[in-house]
Design a binder for this molecule. Structure first.
Ligand code: FPP
Length: 247
């Protein structure tokens, strides 16, 4: 594993990595266990990726923890996930502070159970002075929700005369998204073998490199982050230009 890590070029790291943590349910099912068993073990993987990303020098890590569509899951599963968040935040705040990691969240937090929201806001408050990496939880989040919210904000700005329609550019649009304080991710990782975006960071991932891993999320370890980073570094990001223009 150290060998893999030593191959990573520290001067060519993505500043921001976005992750779709997929496959908890299937991981549990394969062992004849209930789906929530998979989520509980997914927390270990959250710890692994957060530690590994901060250690190597990534500045922002966004984890898709709960989508706006996830409310449609069985009540027991939704409740367990919400409870797991509370417990995890309470348990991990000390470690986040020791590692100088700042907790952040994106999504419609107003719809979360009040206990979950409170734990989250407290975690955010108690880590707000940390500077090594932002750990951003996407909770009750979806890309379309965020884009619609931004459109409404901008429509109001326009109606109030705060912005001229012709002056609305990409930068202005981005400033109305819940990710306005974070740079766009250069790398998106999804586990479980599915190759979909599932309504995650639709605006922000426009130019990101995608890395799909065949493993289930609870099996994610530091070495998988190193593999993803090496794959990222072996690609040529052209942004619509030609190879010659890049070099
Ligand atoms: C996807 O697997 C996973 C989720 C919807 C929840 C992710 C939550 C955690 C890892 C635990 C809590 C997180 C934090 C940040 C403390 P799935 O259930 O869709 O799996 P399946 O596709 O196999 O059914």
């Amino acid at each position: 594993m150290e060998e893999l890590k030593s191959q990573i070029d520290k001067d060519n790291l993505p500043e921001h990595i976005a992750v779709i943590m997929d496959g908890n349910g299937r991981w549990a099912k394969e062992q004849g266990k209930p789906r929530v068993f998979g989520h509980k073990n997914g927390v270990k993987a959250v710890r692994e990726i957060s530690e590994a990303a901060a250690e190597i020098g990534v500045k922002y890590l966004t984890l898709y923890a709960f989508s706006t569509e996830n409310w449609n899951r069985p009540t027991l599963e939704v409740n367990t996930l919400m409870r797991l968040l509370v417990d995890t935040i309470h348990r991990e705040v000390k470690t986040l502070n020791e590692n100088n990691i700042r907790l952040k969240a994106i999504g419609d937090l107003s719809k979360l159970p009040s206990e979950t929201r409170k734990a989250l806001l407290k975690g955010i408050e108690n880590t707000k002075n940390n500077t090594r990496m932002d750990l951003i939880l996407a909770l009750n989040y979806s890309g379309r929700w965020d884009i619609l919210k931004a459109v409404k904000t901008i429509a109001m700005d326009s109606r109030n005369g705060a912005i001229d329609v012709n002056a609305i550019d990409e930068e202005y649009f981005k400033s109305a998204l819940s990710t306005s304080n974070f740079p766009d991710p250069e790398l998106m990782i999804r586990t479980s073998g599915e190759s979909r975006l599932s309504n995650f960071l639709l605006w922000e991932l426009s130019y990101a490199e995608f890395h799909f891993l065949p493993i289930y999320w609870p099996d994610f370890r530091k070495q998988h982050l190193y593999e993803s980073l090496l794959s990222y570094q072996n690609r040529e990001r052209r942004f619509g230009m030609t190879s010659e223009q890049i070099s």
